[in-house]
Design a protein around this ligand. Structure first.
Ligand code: SIN
Length: 491
């Protein structure tokens, strides 16, 4: 299959575009010899083709990780930290190339892709520093007479399953803590965006990750390959970012082997604008909360609840700001919102707009599918959206902002909490004590006050309710890859 060498023209990108599996330190073809195409969502062109891992390849990766596991677990924490730190430096040095690669295979605007590379690299830096802080503790038992020694061991071979929306950051958010804790890994990237994962693995190898510690198996057969890896007695942990539906499936599979799990699943984030909000701040925050990554993020603001006193002004300003946003091919100058990942995602988001309008919502701006090739939807603001519309019930995962008004903040909180999802939420108010009270009442793992982004490698990212289990980022993210062992000691 033809590879657009002009787009993937540096040694790092060309190696990624060779599209081979990484198993036990070797770049190899799939055992079936099959390959699959990676498509640029901005124009539909084939970028490269990639080896299509089979169940046997997945199990070979597990075997390779198992062979490397003991030595990696025994490596001094400082040394593991230094591998991660060198990988951070390499990612930073290759930032522009990696950003281009992300834009090409994911469709997001180049500025967003550069931001993602910075964000992704920070997970490696954070966990290079955390590697030496996998502390246990020694305490005296309450009855006296013995010491409770709590030590931390790596949880073991970790299967990491990552999505296409942040192909670099979701990989480093899992690889960073796993490697820092001393776990060997098998990474199964999304079939839409395998090239970024291959480039990252290349850099981690250059940074000194020993053969077998990082294995990468892109595949179109995600279900059978991941199921086989989780069923293998050598696997001890699965970390997944993606839909709640697939997360539930993996949880059932993990239950059979009582695997440790980290699940970062779907969101349906409310964005509440209280009557006293600073509207300049509220609109700037809403814009980024909605349009970061074109709305294709599980922490994207999904439902806007705006106090009736400020709703008209908010919609007017937000509509004008959204209308100014330049949507187009991600590599083009000045583009702020790129393509959606594929036709299905674009059509789903557009269908949500159509449904809302049929239910009585008013289009303030946007609403149309655009572009003759690639998958684009105009940034869309919908006022007066009925609560029954799909826009309020489903995770939109696109650049669509439905607004409803409230008069009683308790009503807004009740609407916000009226969902199984509980990942992120946002509150806008000039009064910090009011905002904190609302934040306390929200059933969400993360709340942004007077801002539109909560993501930070140093913070515990994760959800309540159906939005997931466990945390990624922060010290909490390291604990996900550690198993405590309590030793009772008579001193
Ligand atoms: C996600 O959408 O899954 C993650 C977004 C983030 O880390 O900011």
């Amino acid at each position: 299959m033809a590879v657009l060498t002009t787009a993937l023209d540096t040694p790092l990108l060309a190696r990624a575009a060779a599209g081979r599996l990484l198993v036990g330190g070797e770049w190899r073809e799939a055992s079936s010899g099959e390959r699959f195409a990676v498509v640029d969502p901005g124009n539909g062109a084939v970028l490269a083709d990639v080896a299509d891992a089979t169940v046997d390849d997945g199990l070979a990766a597990v075997a390779a990780a198992d062979a490397a596991a003991d030595a990696w677990a025994a490596t001094a924490p400082r040394e593991r930290g230094e591998v991660l730190r060198r990988a951070f430096d390499l990612m930073t040095a290759h930032r522009d190339e990696l950003a281009r690669l992300i834009t090409l295979e994911n469709g997001k605007a180049l500025t967003e892709a550069r931001a993602e590379v910075g964000y992704a690299a920070e997970f490696l830096r954070w966990y290079s520093e955390e590697a030496v802080r996998a502390d246990g503790r020694a305490t005296t038992s309450p009855a006296g007479g013995s010491t409770i020694l709590t030590r931390m061991a790596p949880v073991g071979l970790s299967v990491l399953v990552t999505p296409w929306n942040f192909p670099a950051a979701m990989a480093t958010r899992k690889l960073g803590p796993a490697l820092a804790a001393g776990c060997a890994t098998v990474l199964k990237p999304a079939a839409e965006t395998p090239l970024t994962a291959l480039a990252l693995a290349d850099l981690l190898t250059t940074a000194g990750a020993p053969p077998g510690v990082v294995n990468v198996v892109p595949t179109r057969a995600a279900g059978p390959v991941v199921r086989a890896m989780l069923a293998d007695p050598r696997a001890r942990k699965v970390s997944f970012t993606g839909s709640t539906q697939v997360g539930q499936l993996l949880l059932r599979q993990a239950a059979d082997r009582v695997l440790r799990v980290s699940m970062e699943l779907g969101g349906n984030a409310p964005f509440i604008v209280l009557a006293d909000a600073d509207l300049d701040v509220a609109v700037a925050s809403a814009l980024v909360a909605k349009l970061r990554n074109g709305g294709q993020s599980c922490v994207a603001a999904n439902r806007f609840y705006v106090h009736a006193r400020v709703a008209e002004e908010f919609c007017a300003r937000m509509g004008a700001a959204m209308a100014r946003v330049r949507t187009g091919y991600g590599l083009d100058d000045g583009v702020e919102v790129g393509a959606m990942i594929n036709e299905r995602a674009r059509d789903k988001a557009h269908g949500i707009v159509v449904d809302a309008v049929e239910a009585g919502a008013r289009v303030v701006t946007g609403g149309r599918v655009i572009g003759s090739s690639g998958f684009f939807l105009e940034p869309t603001l919908l006022a007066d959206t009925p609560h029954t519309a799909r826009a309020f019930r489903e995770e939109i995962f696109g650049p669509v902002a439905p607004v409803a008004t409230f008069t009683d903040p308790d009503e807004a909180v009740a609407w916000a909490n009226g969902t199984d999802a509980g990942l992120a939420a946002f509150v806008q108010s000039r009064d910090l004590s009011t905002a904190l009270a609302v934040a306390d009442a929200l059933e969400a793992g993360m709340v942004g006050i007077n801002r539109g982004v909560v993501s930070d490698p140093a913070a515990p990212f994760g959800g309540w309710k159906h939005s997931g289990l466990g945390r990624e980022g922060g010290h909490e993210g390291l604990l996900e890859y550690l198993e405590p062992k309590y030793v009772a000691v008579s001193w």
